[in-house]
Design a protein around this ligand. Sequence first.
Ligand SMILES: Nc1ncnc2c1ncn2[C@@H]1O[C@H](COP(=O)(O)OP(=O)(O)OP(=O)(O)O)[C@@H](O)[C@H]1O
Ligand SMILES: [Mg+2]
Length: 963
Amino acid sequence: MSGTRRARLLVSGITESLEAALALADQLDEQATELASGALPVPSAAALDPETLGAVPADLAGDLDQVALALSEAGALARRQAPAFAGAGWDAPEWRGTLPAGGADPTPGPPVRPGLWRLGRILVPPLARGERTVEVPLAVPLLDAGNLQIETTRPRRGEAVGLVRGLLTRILASVPPGGVRITVYDPHELGAGLAAFAPLRVAGVVGPTLTSRARLELALAELSGEVGRITVERLAGRFDSLREREDAGLPRSEPWRLLVLLGWPSLPDEAARALDAVASQGPSCGVHVIAVVEPGGGGVDVPGGRAAGRLPNAETITAVELLALRGESDGGMPGGWRSTLSGLLGCVLDAPPPSVVVSDVTARVAAGVERAAARAPDLGGLLPAGLWEYESSAGVSVPVAHGPDGEVTLAFDDDTVHGLVGGQAGAGKSTLLLDVVYGLAARYGPDQLRFHLLDFKEGLEFAQFAARPGDPFYLPHADTVGIESDREFGVAVLRAARDEMQRRSVTMRAVGARDLRGLRAADRSSAWPRTLIVIDEFQVMLTPLDAVAREAVALLEVIARQGRAYGIHLLLASQTLSGIDALDATAGKRGSIFGQFALRVALRTSISESRVLLSTANEAAGALSGVGEAIVNRRNGHPIGNEHVRVAYPDPKVIAGLRERIEALVAQAVPPMRAPRVFVGHAPAVLADNPAFQALAGRPAPLPGEAAGDPLAFVGVPLDLAPPAVGVRLARLPGRHLAILGPLRREAVGMVQAAAVSVGAQTPRGGLVVDVVAADPATVAAAEVMADVLRRSGHPTHVTDVTGLRGVLGSAAAEIRAREEAALAGRGEAAAGMRLIVVFAMDAGRAGLEARDDASRRSGLDDLRTLTRRGPATGVHLLCWWRAPSRLVDDLGPGHRDDIAAWAATGLPGGDLFGLAGHRPVTAGTTPNRAVLFDRHAQAEPRTVVPFAPLGTGSAAESGAAV
Ligand SMILES: Nc1ncnc2c1ncn2[C@@H]1O[C@H](COP(=O)(O)OP(=O)(O)OP(=O)(O)O)[C@@H](O)[C@H]1O
Ligand SMILES: [Mg+2]
């Protein structure tokens, strides 16, 4: 039954009882008149005086009993329908309880839904001598039923406002906290009459008082918009009212909204129509108007007889003085009231609630709202009982939140291919991502779903998906886990995803499949899992606008547009979507990427971000108040798709349990599952732990697509997915030296050591002789550690300090000449092993290189240049650290800058490297634990690497002193 019909039945039940009483009273009246002398005026019902009544004739006695019965039924009905807080007197014990039963803390069981709200008493005068005045509660329908209009005069306005105060107190105490939103329009007293509810402003229950017509017009537009939305979305042609929907077993999906008009506004046409529409259509959507109108207040025509401000769907309470003003006087006593419910019977309003009751209820509701906001639903209830039981051909989906209609599920499928998550700092973005990842990992097996998990902030949320010291758990679904990822690493992951799409497209063409489902059906050689790329704070990858950002945008666009067919999905989260240059500088990119993101989840944020994240007209996320509160929208952010939800909280105990269950499955898996490739931005690269280094066995490291004839001098780990180490080939060709550049000692020392040690590990015993110069005393220990490792590999290694530099260079130059002569003479120079000259901090030894030797007329610089220009062809290579690039250029000599073809720079701004990089812009390199590697012969662009850490740091596998 719709709410309004129910209300009509209640009202007619009461009025019929009362009318029966009234009819009888009229009859008695007539008899009394007849009995009297015939000159008595006709008394009104209210003015019936027992003393003037005659004895009840016998034939009426039975009727009288029936009337008494009807009255007591009317009273019982009013009391039953206005239970607990809806009807209790202000001194009733309910008001002194610690927690209202149906109110501030909802108790389990069906919610209390009062049908009537008590306002006062209806007085039924004695019907016969000796009888007493009978009182029936005056209770009106309101929530889910109708509106209320109180017509009064200026002097009695206070009583009307007191009535409203009592009614609001009853409603607030009766509905669950946050279940009602109140808007007050008060042009006369500016909200003073209802100031007691002000503490509910913070909780969002009561809005700021509207004092001007303009503000009221806005509020009316908003309310009528809500009514429209609820009608379309919730009632959807299936229900007549929210109450009916609730009776059908669906959860109450909307708060009640009360518009309290403490004065009838004179509104322009459009707004007047909006008010009329809200009052007419609102009640079935839980939107109600309570209006206090008075003559001269724009609401009551005097003496026109009719109230201009008559609300549709309203019960009306009218002060008798006003009736008199209108000329409708029925003889009611001044100070009394009439109501549409009781017809001509007089009414007495209850006193306004004591202020202590109001403040109690207010405080408890505010606390209840706060508690409800803090009490997030738990992820545990959303996890499946059995693991890995779902199948991903058509898509994947995961419940992560609770909404008005129960569980809220996010899907990555053909309709909602990609998802975008936004919200200000601390709003709960990363938590939502964890819900998604854990939820999906519980439902789908690693053969059904793969993840790339990238986090671009210091947050360590994703670290839990990779094995850590003391916690061997890893997420078997994850291909990569990036923590504090570098932008280049993110791009590499996107590149890998694009390559995977290409791989899939080849197979799909071969088997004639059009999408992932078809591919899976046609080709069972692989599970063809879906892939979800989750990127937290993805905007970092796109800032600043450089080559990395451009590539990232291009890859995002390709994946966004084509991912659907190949089962590759994106879930991107960001604090801010506005002001990402890389999206705005490339006209149309923002649209062409995010146009593909049908799924949006907006956590609390600013109105302007809400507009960017959802859609220009959608400010809903700006109105969210709590952590974990979100708007889920599956229609590209169009307001019609808004769903207000609470994101589940991943309780640590629940997560720990899930991890154990996954771990057990991983332990049993045959063949064993693969741990993710992990990239931790701040972690040092440790040579001894590096799989590429570990795989060396006296042979040159192979590189994909390259004949491995020459040793590769490792410098670091690429921000890439493979291979695990990169470096520079020391081939017997001009320019094949390696310069390490820049002021960062730790990084530079680590790279020099790694290069020399890795070359040693790729050269058989007897194939390498190393001379090491520690030109800066601070590098002597590092040189010794490195030399020890080389010697243990069987390579003669000699270490000297700066005083030996000149001698080392001289002997290298002499050896080069000797090798050249031997080659010219055709004497087996090829058999000569590699000679490696390693110099730490060449700048520190520069001064000693200028002077010429008296006998040979050669300077140290001449020998150095012999080495740089002619060494590689004879198998003599330089591995040297200069702190400043300008020193390198000086040392090589004018026009010879390219004599060293490969360098790795650390701690240098890109501008300093522009020339060395062949006039290519260099975008990275200034940060600690990063270096830029460029090899003119092997690379098109400089690339960022994580330099190997100095030997002896970070790994138990190495021995020796730290640098
Ligand atoms: N759904 C939720 N329910 C309850 N508490 C939550 C919820 N989501 C987040 N929180 C709380 O709020 C804190 C911040 O959440 P989270 O780190 O997910 O926010 P964020 O939006 O990622 O913030 P930042 O921008 O700083 O990364 C969490 O530590 C958590 O305690
Ligand atoms: Mg976060």
